[in-house]
Structure formats: C-alpha cells, structure tokens
Write a new protein. Structure first.
Length: 206
C-alpha cells in the first residue's frame, strides 16, 4: 500500500474530477454546519481536499484555514477558489496531526477523513486540542463497520495494488464513543445521505 501522501497526490486529479455523489445530502450537511457558525468565527478544516466545502462555507465566518496532506489537492483547491473569486481562504499543505500557529480555533472540521485514520483516539484528541473551550469539532465520516464488512476483501486487494489508502471499519457506536472520550459533548448527529454509514457529528468542547 502506498504512503498516504503519495496516494492522494497521485489521486488528486481523478478525485477532483469526480462529481459529488449526492448533491442534496451534501447541501444538507452544509446547512447543518452553517447553523453552528458565527460571522466572527475562526475556522480550521483538515483534510480539505479540493476546497469545495471551504469555498462554500467561507462567506459565513471571519477566517478560514484549509489544510490537506496532499500538495496536489491543495493546488487544485487554490485554483478553484481563484476561479470562484472566493473570499480569502488560507490553503496549506499539512498533516492532520500538525498544530497550526492559529490554534485554538472556534470551529475545527474534518469531512470524509476519520475513516482513513488508524488511531482514532489520537486524531480526535488532537482535533479537540485545536478548539477553544465551548468551540465545536464538526465531522462527517463513513462508518463502514455498520453493515459493510463485505467490502474488506475488495479494499484489501486494492490496497495491495496501491489503489486504496488505509480504511477503518468502525461502526457508528465506536466512532461516537471515541468522540466523547476526548471531552467532547455530542450535540447533533445525522445521516446525510440517509444511510447509517454516513455519520455527521457536531461535538462541543466542554
């Protein structure tokens, strides 16, 4: 299996060309995120990919920093933001576990990322540490352990061929328990689209 950075650098263009699979569900997710944002908020999005979410949410907050471990994805994100004439967004190549100079933030977000993380407790503890008391950690992640174990052999073969990254098979309960172990209080959960594996979580640092 390829190193994660090399994998996503190699996949950047094909990933960018892939359309959003369920636009209505994506819009619903953004609607729920926006309800927790304030015009003065300082926001960090990790695993920002091609910047689509950053561009959509940037008008609703005071500042927005978007990071990804793939420099190729970040370059695409910068290009898309320029083409969209988006409000200023700080795009930066960075690993999930890096502590940015701007921490702590009012809101930290990670979408379609946590199922690609092997040590979920360490990752969530890090995200919680980047948020001010009373701030939010907002995530959306696939819980492949909730009914999709049949995918394990297929993903394993793809990993051996260098065509898939590490993928965790956690269920919804395991993910939510991991969130709460980090001193985060879950305020809202949802499935967008309406399938158990797509878990949207808003958690507040207490």
């Amino acid at each position: 299996m390829k190193d994660a950075t090399a994998f996503w650098d190699g996949m950047a263009r094909s990933y960018a060309d892939r359309p959003i699979s369920d636009p209505a569900a994506y819009d619903r997710t953004l609607d729920r995120v926006r309800s927790y944002l304030a015009p003065s908020d300082r926001v960090l999005e990790v695993g920002a990919g091609t910047g689509t979410t950053a561009i959509r949410l940037r008008p609703h907050v005071g500042s927005y920093e978007a990071t990804d471990l793939s420099d190729n994805l970040i370059q695409i994100a910068r290009q898309r933001a320029a083409e969209a004439d988006a409000a200023p967004i700080t795009f930066r190549t960075a690993d999930l576990m890096e502590r940015p100079e701007g921490a702590p933030y009012d809101v930290v977000m990670a979408f379609n990322l946590l199922h690609l993380v092997e040590d979920i407790d360490t990752a969530l503890a890090h995200l919680a540490g980047l948020v001010k008391p009373g701030g939010y950690v907002i995530t959306k992640s696939a819980c492949l352990g909730s009914g999709l174990h049949w995918m394990r052999p297929m993903i394993w073969v793809m990993q051996q061929l260098g065509r898939a990254p590490y993928v965790a098979f956690r269920n919804v309960e395991e993910l939510q328990n991991a969130v709460e172990r980090q001193g985060l209080k879950i305020l809202e959960t949802g499935n967008y689209p309406a399938r158990p594996i797509n878990r949207f979580i808003v958690a507040q640092k207490v």
